[in-house]
Structure formats: C-alpha cells, structure tokens
Design a protein around this ligand. Structure first.
Ligand code: ZN
Length: 450
C-alpha cells in the first residue's frame, strides 16, 4: 500500500511541470535575454501621456510654499487621510503656518502608516530617482524640501517630463488654461453644463458665456457656442468626470421632457436646489447633446470610470457598464474609458471587446494598484485588440508624480509582455510592436496628434 502510494506520488511529481504551465504555447520558445530586450525597448521608448492636470511650472510657487508637502498634496494625501489624518489638519500643512520640521512631525505617523500604498510608493520612487534620496524620514525631509525648491528654476518641467520621463506629448485636462510648452495637448470638460441643480447655476453659466438663456433651445445654443470656442482653443478630445457626482447612466430623454424639466428649473426661485432625480432627465439630455457635438467634430470622448479620488463617493456611480446605451446609440463616437475602470477591469474587457468604439485608458491605474494593472493588462491583451489600449497617463498635479508613475507604467508593460513571451503567447517581435502601440502609437492615432 505504502509502495503504491509512493509510486503514484512520484508519477504526479513528474507531471507537475506540465500541469503548472497550463497555457497553450502558440509561438516558438523565445531566445534567451528577451526580458532584458523588451525592458530596454520599453524603458527607452518616447511615450504619449494621455491624461494630466499639470499646473504651469511658474505657478507652482504661487500655490504655496515648495517643500516636501508638494509631493504629498496629490493622491498621497488620499491615503494619508484614509490612515486617519483629518482634512483640516492636512490642509494646514499646505500653508506656511508651520516649519518643514513641524509639518513632518504632524504628518509622520500617518505617512508611516500608509507608506505601503502605491500612491506613497510613487512618491518614494520619485525622490529616489530624481534626488537619490532613499526614504522620507526625519533626516531627509529638510534636504528634500531644499532640493525641491531649487529645482523650480524654469527648466524643471522639461528636465522631468522630456529628459527623464521621455514623454513626447502630454494631454492636459486643465480647463481653459494653456501653456507655452509645445509638448502639451488639451481636452476640456463640459460637465458644468450637465451638473445643474438650480436656476442660479444656469444664470451663472449664462453670465460666464455672455449668453441670454430663457429656454432649453437657448441653453443648448450656449453649449454649442462654448464647444466651438473650445475647438478654437485646439482641444483634441472631450473629458467627463461626472462619475464623481452622479451615475454614468444617461438615458435618451425625449426633448419635450427635458424642456419641461428646464422650464420648472427656470420658473423656480433662484436659490432652490432640485434633487438629482428631479433634474436627471435634463442632465441626461444635455449629455446626449454634448456627445452629438463630439461626433460632429470627430474627436474622442474620455470618460472617468471606476475609483473616485478623495472620500465619500459611491463606486457604483462610476461603473462603466452604465455607459453601454451610449456606446450603442453613438457607434461612430470613440469612447475612452479611464483609469482601467478600477475595480471594474473585467467589465472593460467585455466593453472594449464588444464595442468597436470603446477604448481602454490605463491612466492613473498603475499608481492605484500596480498588481491590478498587471492582472488586467494580461486579460486585456487576451481579449481586446491592441490598438484600443493605452497604458500611460500620469493624472497628476505635480511632474514628480508623473515621472514616478511613468516608471511604474513602463515596468508593468515590460513585465506583462515578457510574461506573454515567456508563455509563448506572443513572439518577442509581437511584444515590441504592442509596447509601441500601448505607450505611444495608439494615442497619437486616436487623438490625431501631430
Ligand atoms: Zn484626471
């Protein structure tokens, strides 16, 4: 009996290598050194950054004192607050109320408690690679602050974004402001025209655009005028971040219904705020009008999907599956689903696969979770045509974050593609071709960047 069991176990052990590599090897085994060659290619590739909120370099000092908090005020702050620091306490650290050492003493317990997250790892990576500072601690917080201040010399953005991050073009989501930096391209949001709950808000828009608004037709005319102005400013796409504030489900409201909601709004006292459900038909109608303008101007539409930054948001509002009716109704509009849909990666697989007009943009996702990004990039490469996936958008307010993020995004692309080559799913040449699409060519083609 014992002998039999031993023999059977030995037989199972010899089978094990075959059992653990269950994927079919489609391509020939790669030549040794492929991991290094793929990594070298990806690391040296000049890339397109599909999404940023970078302020002008000259404006950084105007926002507040430049010290180590400059690296913690965006994204890192979410996890520091999630670890327990209150919002008012954090906000004080962005002023000059305290010295650098006093600020560090206050934030240290919360940074220590949250430094495991990818947001905070990105900060640590950036200070290591840009300044050779190996950790954020009692002894580095002063020299780091000093180095940061000295870095803002008017050439810092070019050094970080071009020389170090090797970004060729970077698409900015910064409202109407424009920079002289020739690498920047722009998208704009028209969310303010949708996110209406009161007559006051309508009148404020009318004032901003110098347009008399009396009924829905004049409101839509104002929207069309604003859109045309933005086209004149050279936008290459439209973005919507409304999943922060409402569901992504936009019904096709009949015009008479939208008319009557708008009339009710305009006949109300100016300070009355309507509940979301009461204004939703009007909001939905306006979104459809914006999509029609996007279609007419033949530019892509970027949608925030998945995780909302900050606290207190409802994740189901941002579920990309709510958008399906728009994909079906507007087959000739290219919809770009942001942030790898975190945590709805599987839904993105089905949507980008099933709808020819749906694209995946992994902006922000590499620093939300590198392992999620790896996992889903594997799945997307198995399910979605490679011309519809974009693998990097920094989504930062500060360039140091963009740079750290770019390193993580490149590492994810190299790792996933190497694993696909190792498993003989792709050849090395196919992997190189896909890397170039994901990090550069797809964005250039989709946004017609010249
Ligand atoms: Zn963003």
């Amino acid at each position: 009996m014992n002998i039999f069991r031993t023999t059977r176990n030995a037989a199972l052990l010899t089978l094990l290598p075959f059992l653990t590599f269950s994927q079919i090897a489609l391509r020939p085994k790669p030549k040794p050194g492929f991991e290094t060659r793929i990594k070298t290619y990806v690391d040296h590739l000049e890339i397109v950054d599909t999404h940023e909120h970078l302020m002008e370099e000259a404006d950084v000092a105007k926002e507040g004192p430049i010290d180590f908090m400059h690296l913690l005020f965006h994204y890192a702050d979410d996890d520091i607050k999630s670890a327990g620091m209150s919002k008012p306490e954090f906000a004080e650290l962005l002023t000059d109320k305290y010295t650098v050492i006093e600020k560090w003493k206050r934030i240290k317990p919360f940074f220590e408690a949250s430094k495991n997250t990818a947001y905070n790892r990105t900060v640590l990576l950036a200070i290591d690679r840009l300044y050779g500072i190996k950790d954020l601690n009692d002894s580095t917080v002063l020299p780091l602050s000093q180095k940061l201040r000295e870095s803002y010399n008017g050439k810092w953005y070019d050094y970080v974004l071009k020389d170090r991050a090797k970004i060729k073009y970077s698409i900015q989501d910064v409202e109407k402001s424009r920079s002289a930096n020739p690498m920047f391209r722009y998208v704009e949001k028209f969310d303010a025209f949708i996110r209406i709950h009161s007559k006051q808000e309508v009148l404020a828009l009318g004032k901003e655009y110098n347009a008399p608004v009396s009924d829905l037709d004049s409101y839509i005319a104002m929207l069309a005028g604003a859109f045309q102005e933005a086209m004149g400013r050279g936008i290459i796409g439209v973005k919507s971040a409304l999943a922060y504030h409402r569901t992504l489900k936009y019904e096709d409201t009949p015009k008479p219904v939208a008319d009557s909601v708008f009339a009710r709004l305009m006949n109300s006292p100016g300070d009355k705020t309507f509940a979301f459900n009461d204004v939703k038909p009007f909001q939905d109608y306006v979104m459809h009008q914006i999509i029609q303008l996007v279609r007419k101007n033949n530019i892509p539409f970027q949608f925030h999907t998945g995780l909302q930054s900050g606290d207190g948001n409802i994740i189901d509002n941002a579920n990309p599956s709510h958008l399906a009716n728009l994909f079906l109704q507007y087959r000739d509009v290219k919809f770009v689903l942001f942030h790898g849909g975190f945590p709805y990666g599987g839904i993105l697989s089905t949507q980008a696969k099933a709808f020819r007009n749906v694209y995946i943009d992994m902006c922000w996702s590499a620093i939300i979770s590198p392992s999620y990004s790896e996992r889903y990039l594997h799945e997307w490469l198995e399910t979605v045509p490679a011309n519809k996936i974009m693998a990097f958008g920094g989504d930062y307010h500060n360039v140091e974050g963009t740079y750290g993020h770019s390193l993580i995004a490149r590492a994810i692309v190299s790792k996933v593609l190497s694993e696909k080559v190792r498993d003989a799913y792709l050849t090395e040449a196919e992997a190189i071709d896909i890397a170039r699409r994901l990090l550069r060519d797809n964005a250039i083609e989709l946004f017609k960047i010249r």
